[in-house]
Write a protein that binds this ligand. Structure first.
Ligand SMILES: [Zn+2]
Length: 118
């Protein structure tokens, strides 16, 4: 526990668990994106005019968007783990006040208090 009442051991555990989830998701998305790209090449489709082609393009975009989101979340979680190690975890980066435990539980990678999150 820090003076702010943040249980760092639990926070680290939570962050690692989320990181594992995100990395699993990321690996799945990367594989899916490769699969979609592969099937697109095999069919030699015209993305603009072939109905199947536009579906593939859409799927490719969705996979890419998910992968981008997961990659960003992974960065946030890694940054949060680094803050646990350097002792700044659980403090708002704007006002420096402790972020409420409930908020950290819901959003372990939060860098700001509720007031400054907007
Ligand atoms: Zn704040």
């Amino acid at each position: 526990m820090t003076d702010d009442g943040v249980d760092l051991a639990r926070a680290r555990e939570r962050l690692r668990a989320r990181l594992a989830d995100v990395e699993r998701l990321l690996a799945g998305q990367t594989a899916l994106a490769a699969e979609i790209a592969e099937s697109g090449r095999d069919a030699n489709v015209d993305d603009e005019h072939d109905p199947e082609g536009s579906t593939l393009a859409w799927e490719r975009q969705q996979a890419a968007a998910l992968a981008t989101g997961a990659a960003a979340e992974r960065e946030r979680l890694l940054a949060a783990l680094a803050r646990v190690d350097d002792g700044t975890y659980g403090r708002c980066e704007v006002c420096g006040r402790p972020i409420p435990a409930g908020r950290l539980e819901a959003r372990p990678a939060a860098t700001r208090c509720v007031e400054h999150a907007r």
